[in-house]
Design a protein around this ligand. Structure first.
Ligand SMILES: N[C@@H](CCC[C@H](N)C(=O)O)C(=O)O
Length: 277
């Protein structure tokens, strides 16, 4: 199986071109094996670039633990780069089918290759039943959540996949590694959840760290950054346009008046290989 290692703001996945490659039947096991940073290729998960009847390609994404997610913001930018750079499509505006519908992506070129991508991530999902969470409110904004002996105030948003956002005074490992896994598996989230921790710099600038459902701490989470931008507006903390600093790079976000969230960020190809050797 040929693969390509790519990252978006340090959120790295193994990508497989399923227009050409055939896969083993147990894809969750494959995702676990290739993601292993000691015995595999090493990544936050596995992303399949598949043929689509409604777009230029279809993305399927699997976390490092083998679970499949509906959406991946950093991943869909890399899928667009792959589709354009590898000649699957010639258009700079691409339609990619995801578990959250068909998204429109605008590729920004440097020479002949895609350097960054602006994605229309669609409208945030704000009803608790659809996020899904058992917390009250549509959506829950600054809702009380008891975790690890602390009473947090959390805001929940889905970008096709579920996110639980906590605004903290100062980011720390204690938040991300101590509280993150407890939020991920909290009984209030029937499908588990991605946990974002946000430090506010100004109404238009935030710093984020994330504990991702199924992958643990990653260098960035595109859907998490979008959900946090929406949560900041809902909580009355930030403006509709924010710059988000993550350990692996920056993402630009805008919750537009049309209710759609736009994300702009980098997409990078690192190397190609064959698995298993
Ligand atoms: N890193 C991704 C999100 C990947 C999926 C997530 N862990 C989930 O299970 O929903 C992003 O950039 O959005």
């Amino acid at each position: 199986m040929k693969f390509t290692k790519m990252h978006g703001a340090g959120n790295d996945y193994v990508y497989v071109n399923c227009f050409d490659e055939s896969l083993p039947t147990d894809i969750p096991a494959l995702a676990q094996q290739v993601s292993d940073r000691h015995k595999g290729i090493g990544s936050d998960g596995l992303i399949l670039i598949c043929p689509s009847e409604v777009g230029h390609a279809r993305m399927r994404m699997f976390n490092a633990d083998g679970s499949e997610s509906e959406m991946c913001g950093n991943g869909v930018r890399c899928v667009a780069k792959y589709v354009y750079d590898h000649g699957i499509a010639k258009e700079e505006e691409l339609k990619i089918e995801t578990g959250n519908g068909v998204l429109t992506l605008q590729c920004n070129l440097s020479g002949t290759k895609v350097e960054s991508v602006r994605v229309n991530m669609g409208k945030p999902i704000l009803t608790s039943a659809d996020i899904p969470t058992l917390l009250p409110g549509d959506p829950p904004v600054k809702a009380p959540l008891n975790v690890g002996g602390k009473r947090l105030e959390v805001t929940c948003v889905s970008m096709g996949n579920p996110h639980c956002i906590t605004f903290v005074g100062e980011l720390s490992d204690a938040w991300v590694h101590g509280i993150g896994p407890l939020i991920e598996s909290h009984e209030m989230f029937p499908n588990r959840v991605n946990a974002e921790f946000i430090q506010i710099v100004s109404p238009s600038e935030i710093i984020m760290r994330v504990w991702e459902r199924g992958s643990g701490e990653t260098q960035a989470c595109g859907t998490g950054a979008c959900a946090s931008a929406v949560a900041g507006v809902l909580a009355g903390i930030t403006e509709r346009k924010v710059l988000c600093h993550l350990p692996g790079g920056d993402l630009e976000l805008e919750w537009s008046d049309s209710d759609e969230v736009f994300m702009t960020g980098p997409a990078v190809e690192v190397f190609e290989g064959v698995w298993p050797e």
